[in-house]
Design a protein around this ligand. Structure first.
Ligand code: NAP
Length: 332
């Protein structure tokens, strides 16, 4: 049986993946996109996108991502359900395993598998995600004008979210499981000194309280223990209460979707793909392997915006096109 081969394979169907598909499809390269575990990526979980240029009234996250997919399909991109579970090779053709049993090969591979926000895994969190529960203050903060929000976590992400949310919310309550923050000193100071930010120390959320039908949050139920880590303390010593709020923001870190790349590509200690030009580490799209490019949240630990992911998807596509062109020329 002959091996299924493509010039361009794209893993992931968030903003970066779709943009790479639009550009490579318009270049006549007929990309094949494997949509991954979360088709549409994090954007599809966001209710309204108000900061993507060109949509003065805002646009629904799902609507936007569907529009991108249709746009790519119009130019000849093909989408398939499927998760790439392994990658082999040090140069093209690369062999990819899809869903553990099918293999395909490609000359160029664009990795746009994204990063998922770490979740608490408590009741109410999934049910109200995108409707009162969020992991992106920049995306959703403006919906909480004059309202009370909680931010979960004690690191730089949580402090950054809390500080950003003070622009809109009347009060921001940081819920942290210990009595000391993990965040950098400067971020700690800014948050601790901010008049709109309060802290619920030694507290862990055990439930998001709200109306699942209407999609509204009314509070977070927390357990508290004076020594911290309340979920690890004897139940009798733990206090339980509800902190009333209109929204909950997760700031407990992200997990890049790169498990299938371990030992194949250079990753940092958290699993993000390291991109480089020559020996210089960049916020760019070139990986250490020829013809393999990476775009969006799977690389970017800093900006994590739809517009920056789209920009990286565009760059990855243009690099792939140039790489394929140079290979053709080399054959002549
Ligand atoms: P992080 O530093 O790992 O902090 C995660 C926080 O969430 C910690 O306070 C942790 O509590 C808490 N947490 C984790 N799992 C939890 C759970 N299941 N329940 C409750 N709390 C939980 O992650 P991050 O803040 O995303 O930062 C990641 C990296 O990016 C860091 O190196 C950071 O400096 C960097 N970063 C920098 C900036 C900036 O400079 N502007 C902004 C964002 C991120 P414990 O403290 O008890 O472990």
């Amino acid at each position: 049986m002959s091996q299924e081969h493509h010039s361009v394979i794209i893993a992931g169907s968030g903003c970066a993946g779709h943009t790479a598909a639009i550009y490579t499809a318009r270049a006549g390269l007929s990309p094949l996109v494997f949509e991954g575990n979360e088709p549409g990526g994090q954007l599809s979980l966001t209710s309204d996108v108000e900061n993507f240029p060109g949509f003065p009234e805002g646009i629904g996250g799902y609507e936007m991502i569907e529009g991108m997919k249709k746009q790519a399909e119009r130019f000849g991109a093909t989408y398939e359900w499927g998760v790439i579970t392994s990658m082999e090779g040090k140069e093209p053709p690369y062999t990819l395993t899809v869903d553990g049993d099918r293999t395909v090969t490609c000359d160029t591979f664009i990795i746009a598998t994204g990063a998922r926000a770490r979740r608490l895994n408590v009741p109410g969190e999934n049910e109200l995600f995108g409707r009162g529960v969020s992991s992106c203050a920049t995306c959703d903060g403006a919906f909480y004008k004059d309202l009370v929000v909680t931010v979960i976590g004690g690191g730089d992400s949580a402090m950054e979210e809390a500080l950003f949310l003070t622009r809109f919310a009347s009060k921001v309550i940081v819920v942290h499981r210990r009595s000391e923050l993990r965040a950098s000193q400067i971020m700690q100071t800014r948050a601790l000194e901010h008049p709109k930010i309060e802290f619920a120390w030694n507290s862990e959320v055990v439930q998001v309280v709200g109306d699942h039908e209407k999609g509204t949050v009314s509070g977070v139920e927390v357990i508290t223990h004076p020594n911290g880590a309340p979920s690890q303390q004897p139940e009798a010593e733990v206090e339980k209460k509800v902190i009333p709020c209109d929204g909950m923001f997760l700031g407990i870190g992200h997990i890049p979707n790169t498990d299938f790349l371990k030992g194949v590509l250079e990753l940092d200690e958290e699993g993000y793909i390291i991109t480089r030009k020559g020996e210089v580490v960049t916020q760019d799209v070139e990986t250490g392997l020829p013809g393999v490019f990476a775009a969006g949240d799977v690389v970017d630990t800093r900006y994590r915006q739809a517009i920056t992911a789209a920009g990286m998807g565009c760059k990855a596509a243009m690099e792939a096109e140039e790489y394929l062109g140079a290979r053709e020329l080399a054959k002549v």
